[in-house]
Design a protein around this ligand. Sequence first.
Ligand code: ATP
Ligand code: MG
Length: 441
Amino acid sequence: MGAKKKLFVCISCGTDFSKWQGKCPSCGEWNSLVETEQAAAKKPGKEKKIIPLSSIGSDEIKRIKTSLEEFNLICGGGIVPGSVILLSGEPGIGKSTLALQIASGFKCLYISGEESPAQLKQRANRLDICSENILVSTNTCTEDISSFVESEKPECVIIDSVQTLYSSDIPGSAGSVSQIKEASARIIEIAKKSGIPAILIGHITKEGSIAGPKLLEHIVDTVLHFEGDFTREFRMIRASKNRFGSVNEVGLFRMTPIGLLEIKDKNNLFLNISALSPGSAISAAIEGSRTLLFEVQALVTFTSFSNPRRMSDGLDFNRLILLTAVLEKHGYIKLNSHDIFINCAGGFHIHETAADLAVAMSVASSLKEKPIPKDTGFLGEISLSGEIRPVTQCERRVIEFSKSGFKKILVPAADGYSIHIPDNIDIVKVKTIYDAINSIF
Ligand SMILES: Nc1ncnc2c1ncn2[C@@H]1O[C@H](COP(=O)(O)OP(=O)(O)OP(=O)(O)O)[C@@H](O)[C@H]1O
Ligand SMILES: [Mg+2]
């Protein structure tokens, strides 16, 4: 018998090659090729029928509602039967906790490849989950999972985690690229055939991407990322892909000893208005169907280095560099001998340029050591020429400010850009970053 053929698979795009190369010729990623053994050739499929699209029944999808409303929201209203959800997150963020809480609602097959049944039971006791409908197995072989699904007919399958999954006829140990790729594909096949949804839990690498081939994200229906700050109790779940719903929604939770609790008062979650000091500015972000107010904090200090430092937590670093340059050139604020540190309160992450004005104003406020009045909010994107550019759904954001008792909002003053103004709020239209600084300080 000849030796098994070696293959090199790109963990970024999933393409395989017979030789190792420093750069993947397919996706251009560097150092992404890992050695693996060739999987057995696929047998021809049994399904030989071709059917016209029009003859396929179109019953309305009946989504499965879990006991966590926030989770239902990010899935687009509930879990779609037969769909496969990939839930990823850093070690210890709470993936298994969430999975167990989801499982508590219905008959569920929980494949625990990382923890023993006793450890799982310990968590279940802490979360006060004692359901005889949760069936636990530590067998992570896909062939066995398939027979469990056939015999037990659960309403949902949870695989904790996809890195422990393996298929007996695929070479390579569990966790290798070929195993993750093929074994997950088999779970997807089981889900599609039986109509039973599956939740795959995945680890993420140091760089923040899901461990295993990028291909995994392409073949599942929904990709959810569990985010949060370990020093705080807030946890966010964000969808980066959803075949059955919007990807803009975020689910907000609080990690407690009794598990993940849904946060009811979401609007002021990332605010600490009573303690506003120099360097704090507030903006509003649109997160799916929600509008969240959040606080940007800046610390500007005199530097003792020849190259001043810029650091940001919750804001893209390059965006900070760009805003600093605009502030210098068009806001006439000298920052080249100052270190700048940016932080978003409560572990919030800025994803929109609508927060540019708040970031710039927080920097100006810290440098001038003058606090911004606590009932003032900022909306606006800053262009390279120092102009304040319009933001999407400005009205919705202003209404949220008004609901939270804000009295004055600085908004873009672009031509042909009008917003309906609530009566109890003072709208100040600003054209440039220089105007904005002058109107506050
Ligand atoms: N007794 C406790 N009281 C409060 N919080 C706890 C307690 N035990 C665990 N936790 C929280 O649960 C988290 C671990 O949750 P969980 O095991 O679900 O994470 P995970 O993402 O599955 O981790 P892993 O990647 O190791 O599988 C801890 O980081 C901690 O925040
Ligand atoms: Mg876990």
